[in-house]
Ligand binder design. Structure first.
Ligand SMILES: Nc1ncnc2c1ncn2[C@@H]1O[C@H](COP(=O)(O)OP(=O)(O)OP(=O)(O)O)[C@@H](O)[C@H]1O
Length: 336
């Protein structure tokens, strides 16, 4: 395992992280290499977006970053380190108490997380169950802090007395985000928080996440397959393909000048106002991660693949500015 020094201003430092599903069948164990050597940093106050098709490994990567690992998922190598209150916390150090990190320092809004709101209890009860013990204050003061937080996020404190089923999908998601951020965590991980919502409601939820980030100066890792959402919210984006980050860069640079053919494809497939021509889709699907392709994992689908791509995996390297890309033919593909 290679641990690079934590750079100043970085809140999250992930080095060469490998997280595999160990799947048993017919007496043999197969490794599904869902995260296979991820290296990234997230700075204080930054929104870092993770993009990529379904099955590329985004959820597994954020689970590994959050320390939310359950069998059959296993950390095979690498490290995940946070800077919390001036201290370095290695999330896989056995002495680290995850319970004490959760909510106060690190909040993880999982895919489908609206279900954290207990369906048979009023919303108030979920705040009490999850947040109260992390806030270290008398109850009256706690409820005051909850109401202030809700108001700051333009939510009516009356939602505390509602049952989850009485709220619309958008309100439920906004309530879940308010719950996840009431303890003012330094780091927030949000996995597809807007995917099930229609576009208008999606916009409100994104606005709210930005507002939380601005008020609390927290860092966010935001997962979605939807590049147009990344364009709205992310400061930097990491493109994930088959368990690896294949390109990373500041959002404007990545959209203006993508270097990896896969990033070029993701951007080219976005609908554009006034353009009635059909968007081309990339043939094929992401590979089976129990038996990934040799060399560059994208080579079977890549229109630019050469022999070297089939044999050698390209490293993720600085290209220009802050951009990093893992491709032997970086910069050659053009947006359609
Ligand atoms: N419990 C599991 N056992 C075995 N393999 C799994 C398990 N969960 C996920 N995988 C595999 O791990 C890989 C990465 O899945 P992951 O859910 O992280 O991708 P994703 O990019 O988040 O996709 P989605 O957006 O659909 O959630 C996929 O190949 C998937 O089939």
């Amino acid at each position: 395992m290679r641990n690079r020094p934590v750079a100043e201003g970085d809140v999250l430092t992930v080095d060469d992280l490998k997280a595999y599903f160990m799947v048993d069948g017919y007496g043999i164990t197969r490794e599904v290499r869902a995260v296979d050597g991820a290296t990234l940093r997230v700075r204080k106050g930054e929104v870092y977006g993770l993009a990529g098709e379904s099955g590329s490994g985004k959820t597994t990567l954020v689970k590994a970053i959050a320390g939310a690992i359950r069998p059959p998922l296993k950390i095979v190598d690498g490290s995940v380190r946070y800077q919390f209150g001036g201290e370095t916390v290695d999330i896989y150090d056995k002495s680290v108490n995850h319970q004490s990190l959760r909510w106060r320092h690190l909040s993880y809004i999982m895919q489908g997380s609206m279900s954290v709101l207990n369906p048979v209890r009023r919303v108030r009860r979920s705040f009490l169950d999850f947040a109260y013990r992390h806030m270290n204050m008398p109850k009256a003061q706690f409820w005051e802090a909850v109401e202030t937080h809700l108001k700051k996020l333009q939510l009516d404190p009356a939602i505390l007395d509602a049952y989850p089923h009485q709220l619309s999908g958008g309100m439920r998601q906004r309530t879940t985000i308010a719950l996840a951020t009431v303890c003012k965590p330094e780091f927030i991980i949000a996995d597809e928080p807007t995917t099930a919502l229609d576009v208008i409601v999606q916009r409100d939820v994104l606005k709210m996440i930005k507002e939380v980030q601005r008020q609390q100066d927290s860092s966010i890792v935001f997962v979605t397959h939807d590049m147009s959402v990344h364009a709205t919210i992310a400061d930097r984006i990491g493109i994930v393909y088959a368990g690896r980050i294949v390109e990373e860069g500041p959002t404007t640079q990545l959209f203006r000048d993508p270097q990896h053919p896969y990033t070029v494809h993701l951007i080219s497939s976005l609908p554009r106002i006034g353009d009635k021509s059909a968007r081309t889709s990339l043939p094929g699907r992401p590979p089976n991660l129990a038996d990934p392709p040799s060399g560059c994992r994208f080579h079977p689908r890549c229109p630019l693949a050469i022999d070297r791509c089939r044999k050698e995996a390209p490293p993720l390297e600085g290209r220009h500015g802050e951009n990093r890309v893992a491709c032997w033919r970086a910069g050659e593909a053009k947006i359609a």
